[in-house]
Design a protein around this ligand. Structure first.
Ligand code: C6P
Length: 402
């Protein structure tokens, strides 16, 4: 893959001075995806599932075609794919539907301090309501989830394991397949937050054998407002809907109603049609390049950048050994919000703060961090410009007495 050629597909990057290093928050969108969304709004912008006319059939076919594409993308069955607003609402669906209806005060839920708030807060809520105990996997010295530490907290009371595949702060890949195997041995189910994994690595839900897996469209070249929850059919069949309304119902009586089959009982109201269709186009784009090529490229950029950053005085990198394209760091003595404003002056977009993952920021014993995240459209030239800016920032803050 040639990132210089790929850049041409992203209209925002027509601005040659822009260095976009915030893909972990949201990726840029290529013209192929934008065109597909435009096509929906210009040519068949009608509702799905409801209209008995040709345009509605066209829209429905494309919307359901995306579901098919997504199911193949992660090696799931068609009816195991639920469209949601994003990873957050997908993870909430698992907690509110499965968690609230299956857990009691004698049960335990395993999470970690590496989780995004969207994974940990829904289970805090389940724990508060059901009195099931929330248990944290101790992280190792690097801040990783290890199998040895996981085994320390897994026990016969564990009913749910809710962990990320890739951390949005540390960029570590969790040993999720082994975690799932061990969890299943004691009868626990595993809900995987794959928001940072789906855009960067090939996922195979059958191979890892996860029970649930969630991700968002907007981090993988797709539109905002669309996400995916994969769930094993036999679990989804026994879970109640958490939202009620149009299109999810079957027969409605005065005092009761019945629901459609999965996935439709979890999708009430007019769905994010353009979003789903756009996500289908994003998947086509990613598969064309190959996820393996993308992750190799990102790792190359990350290793190159970290090596150069370490030559700069005052730079603290917190996740040097990450296997993905995420660098979390600080300039010693400089608040990340001040630093990120400096980088913005060089037209470099990156994130500063707690990254919606306060637990790992507290674990690192800092108030916040800076974060760079690479994707397929980043080049070594972007890295060089960023490193130059880091040097200048370090000199500047020293010169003004930070
Ligand atoms: N992390 C980041 O800058 P949504 O916002 O629903 O699309 O995704 C939530 C989410 C869940 N899990 C992980 C691991 C994530 O990284 C995110 C989103 C962004 O890191 C925005 S806070």
């Amino acid at each position: 893959m040639n990132p210089y050629d790929l850049k041409k597909d992203f209209p925002i990057l027509d601005d040659k001075t822009l260095i976009y290093l915030d893909t972990a928050a949201s990726s840029l969108k290529p013209k192929q995806v934008i065109k597909k969304i435009d096509e929906y709004y210009e040519q068949y912008s009608v509702n799905v599932h409801r209209g008995v006319y040709n345009l509605s059939y066209v829209a429905t076919e494309l919307y359901e075609g995306s579901r098919k594409k997504i199911s193949e993308f992660i090696n799931a069955d068609f009816n195991e794919i639920i469209f949601t607003k994003g990873a957050s609402s997908a993870l909430n669906l698992v907690a509110s539907s499965y968690g609230l209806n299956n857990l009691t005060s004698t049960d335990e839920i395993i999470v970690s301090e590496l989780e995004h708030h969207s994974q940990v807060l829904p289970w805090q809520n389940v724990s508060n309501i059901t009195k099931a105990k929330l248990v944290y996997v101790p992280l190792n010295k690097e801040g990783r989830i290890t199998i040895d530490n996981f085994k320390k907290v897994l026990n016969k009371n564990t009913k749910v394991v809710a962990l990320n595949y890739i951390s949005n702060v540390m960029g570590y890949i969790s040993p999720i397949k082994e975690i799932i195997k061990l969890s299943h041995e004691i009868g626990a189910i595993v809900s995987v937050d794959a928001a940072q994994a789906a855009p960067h690595m090939k996922l195979d839900v059958k191979d890892i054998d996860c029970d649930f897996l969630a991700f968002s469209g907007h981090k993988m070249l797709g539109p905002t407002g669309i996400g995916v929850l994969f769930g094993k059919k036999k679990l989804l069949d026994n879970m109640p809907p958490i939202e009620f309304g149009g299109d999810m119902n079957d027969n409605v009586n005065l005092y009761d109603a019945s629901w459609k089959e999965v996935p439709y009982k979890f999708e009430t109201g007019t769905p994010g049609i353009a979003g789903a269709i756009g996500l289908g186009a994003a998947i086509d784009y990613l598969e064309d390049i190959g996820l393996e090529n993308i992750s190799k490229h990102e790792l190359k950029l990350k290793n190159y950048t970290v090596k150069k950053m370490k030559e700069i005085e005052d730079i603290i990198v917190y996740n040097e050994t990450a296997e993905t394209g995420i660098i979390t760091f600080n300039i010693d003595g400089v608040h990340p919000h001040d630093a990120v404003t400096f980088f913005d002056g060089d037209n470099i977009c990156m994130r500063a703060g707690h990254h919606c993952a306060q637990l790992i920021i507290k674990w690192l014993e800092v108030v916040a961090t800076l974060r760079v995240s690479f994707y397929l459209y980043n080049t070594l030239e972007d890295c060089d410009k960023f490193i130059e800016s880091v040097k200048n920032a370090s000199d500047f803050f020293k010169s003004v007495g930070f």
